[in-house]
Design a protein. Structure first.
Length: 377
């Protein structure tokens, strides 16, 4: 199988499993206990927290381990909205991940005000338009670092600046789940108050993520219980997952230069081979403002469902939208926000490369795609 769906999930890096393995058997303790078995688990957990914090320019106490990116986004949106005394305002972009959008809709059902900042036909939000939506009740702005479908990189720094100029008290969150593997992310440089990550997007295990919470940021817990994570997220710690996430973050940061080079070359060869044969092919992102691992394309006149079935039969794993939507009979909200008609959206395919991709696999993938299009154009 030629795997080109790394935006959905990535294979685990070998060193990650090596780091995790002892915590499946030898160091199995509950990190909240007081005896030696628990202390060993607690020490490993806090070492993982320190590593994760250091790799994004944060402090250890600013890291909240979660079950993944979805929970981190839920905690960011709901936790901020619920932290006040009454109904508050939330601003999100129209291309956010469902975890952010559905959390905002949930808050709206509780009486909170939700405003949606639209994007241009390239999927990019205008920082000024985000700031214009801020009202006296606004407590949160959420704009993702990079889109999980198209790979478009959003101007998060500029959004933070525009928001601060409009109302300095507003909390700014970014979903950086797709961006971490290829982009340098430093919370001080970005200026955000909240940032979400998920380990399985960069070679770590599934079921573990984190939310960076800048010191002093108000956040109401969503999961209540024993008061773990400084009262911000209760539940027995997934020590093995946290250790794996820290190891995956370390490997991803060390591998970034090689990743950008190899993956960039694979995508260049892939798109070049396709465009030589398919002059009508459209790349649905600015060529100079997208993640190096994403190639989101539209092939006019061809339904993506048919192509994906043929690709799967020929050993290529790809997708048409977010993994959260791939089984749904719906059109991507991201593409609709960018101005695509439903028919145009159903002609789009997402090919995402990853840390295991070799440069020559770009040409191989293009050849198989072209073979699968035979008789369809």
């Amino acid at each position: 199988m030629l795997y080109l769906d790394h935006a959905a999930t990535t294979p685990m890096r070998p060193r990650v499993w090596e780091a995790m393995a002892p915590f499946a058997s030898e160091t199995f303790g509950n990190s909240s206990g007081i005896h030696e078995v628990s202390r060993r688990a607690k020490n490993a957990l806090e070492e993982a927290r320190e590593t994760a914090a250091d790799l994004i320019g944060a402090g250890p106490k600013e890291i909240v381990f979660t079950s993944g990116g979805t929970e981190a986004d839920n905690l960011a949106v709901k936790g901020t909205a619920l932290s006040g005394a009454g109904p508050s305002g939330i601003v999100v972009s129209s291309v956010e991940h469902e975890a952010v959008l559905e959390s905002a809709r949930f808050c709206a059902r509780l009486g909170h005000l939700v405003a949606v900042a639209q994007v241009d036909d390239q999927g990019r939000v205008d920082p000024a338009s985000v700031a214009e939506l801020i009202e006296d009740s606004t407590v949160l702005v959420s704009v993702m670092a990079a889109n999980n479908e198209t790979g478009v990189i959003e101007p998060v720094r500029e959004v933070v600046h525009a928001v601060r100029e409009r109302m300095s008290s507003v909390t700014v969150h970014t979903d950086a789940v797709q961006a971490f593997i290829s982009e340098d992310l430093d919370v001080s440089d970005l200026g955000v108050d909240l940032l979400s990550l998920a380990a399985h997007k960069f070679g770590g295990p599934k079921g573990i993520g984190l939310l960076f919470v800048r010191e002093g940021t108000r956040l109401e817990p969503v999961a209540h219980g024993g008061g773990h994570e400084l009262g911000r997220r209760s539940g027995t710690h997934n020590v093995m997952g946290a250790v794996g996430m820290a190891a995956a973050m370390t490997e991803a940061v060390k591998d970034r230069d090689r990743f950008r080079s190899d993956v960039g070359e694979a995508r260049r060869r892939f798109e070049s081979a396709l465009t030589r044969v398919l002059p009508d092919l459209r790349i649905n992102a600015p060529l100079d403002n997208r993640l190096v691992q994403h190639s989101h394309v539209r092939i006019p006149g061809v339904r993506n469902e048919t192509v994906l079935i043929r690709l799967d039969r020929n050993g290529v794993a790809a997708s048409s939208a977010s993994a959260c939507q791939s089984g749904a009979n719906t059109v991507s909200h991201v593409l609709r926000a960018m101005g695509f008609s439903d028919e145009e959206a159903r002609q789009c395919l997402r090919f995402t490369f990853g840390w295991t991709t070799r440069p020559d696999e770009g040409e191989e993938a293009a050849r198989i795609v072209l073979d699968c299009l035979e008789g369809l154009l």
